[in-house]
Design a protein around this ligand. Sequence first.
Ligand code: ADP
Length: 451
Amino acid sequence: MFSKILIANRGEIAVRVIRACKELGVRTVAVYSEADRQSLPVRLADEAICIGAPKAEQSYLNIPAIISAAEIADVDGIHPGYGFLSQNAHFAEICESCNITFIGPTAQAIRLMGDKIAAKELVRKAGIPIVPGSMSAVRNKEDALKIARRINYPVIVKAAAGGGGRGMRVCHNDVRLVSALMTCQAEAEASFGNSEVFVEKYLQRPKHIEIQVLADKHGHILHLGERDCTIQRRHQKLVEESPSPAVDPKMRRKMGELAVRAAKAAGYTSVGTVEFLLDQDGNFFFIEMNTRIQVEHPVTEMVTGIDLIKEQIRVAAGEPLDLKQDDIRVNGWAMECRINAEDPSNGFAPSPGRITEYYQPGGPGVRVDTHVTAGYDVPPYYDSLLAKLIVHGPTRQEAIRVMQRALEEYVIEPIHTTIPLHKQIFSDPTFWRGQIATDYLDRQLQVTETE
Ligand code: ADP
């Protein structure tokens, strides 16, 4: 096991990792930007080192500063959390060359799955269904139009290196496709430093279903069932649940097997997520694999009783998994709301500032993962996630009831948050029935805006 881990991240995930380390008896080092000096991870970690100015490029993305901190503190592992450097193969390589274990998959697996075109090709060869479309980067309009003719509109143009719902454009005709190709290439270059894009069929009103996998360094890979992340705004997840109301045991087994097969094909070792879209006829297709712990991992923890961060740390330390596929049981239902510092009644405008009043819900079946406390200043520099409100109940209906009362209890003032929107979603009969697709929220919001 590690003796000391540096957490190259901030916010709730830094707190989450510190908690897991404490329970494992591992010492922790928080690194922080000048904007996070007073933050909870800094207070909870055994040591804390300032790594730079508030802007992420100068701190949480500043590889030399993070490696220097790791060497000064003499750590033997770095946990990257999610976002920032978590899917940066170059960073993983630098850690290893400094004799510090990167707590994640190998640089090679990150690189392979970080390229969505290469990832699709790899899993297709392993016999996994993929969304139909181009099998290599689309470089010019002639190529794009040829593919659109083959798969028919609507199509979606996506960045090979894309993430966070950015760098995607849906197109319904030739004119739109030609202009989307150029804007996507330019956006991809600016955001991800890689202008490669591809074109695939845009599925109508699908559901987003993903499988959690867990792999050790001794060739054992298992899956921990699915998460349903269909409630999204502009292709970004807002509510997640496990299990999915759309998945039966047979589909769960099939998707799980295919996810394990995808992870094997990539030589995967760590926690990871294989993402699928499920169409209205019950067919599902691989879209990508995320090579890190995900924001929504707690819903899987709540139903399986497995601590994914501790497992991630243990397998990174070289320990073999002592779980078998047959040991994995899904108990009851878990749901998660992402509480963001955004104003849903004003186009989701960011809402930074001081939180003067803070009261978080508790009681049976409630878990809150957050770095927020009363008096916390929400900095304007980073992702707007303030907290994850996670609930568990014996059935989906009961979990919904727990979420409704927890949302009622939650007080975060005076800034704006997504709590009012979550209250709306959780009181909607369409959501109760699970009759939703990825366009659910964008449709709902449009209706609200034009009313
Ligand atoms: P990112 O890496 O940016 O998160 P993903 O490829 O995971 O992008 O897709 C994010 C979301 O975008 C999906 O959950 C889905 O809502 C939508 N999406 C992506 N590809 C398609 C597609 N081919 N058809 C329909 N929706 C899609």
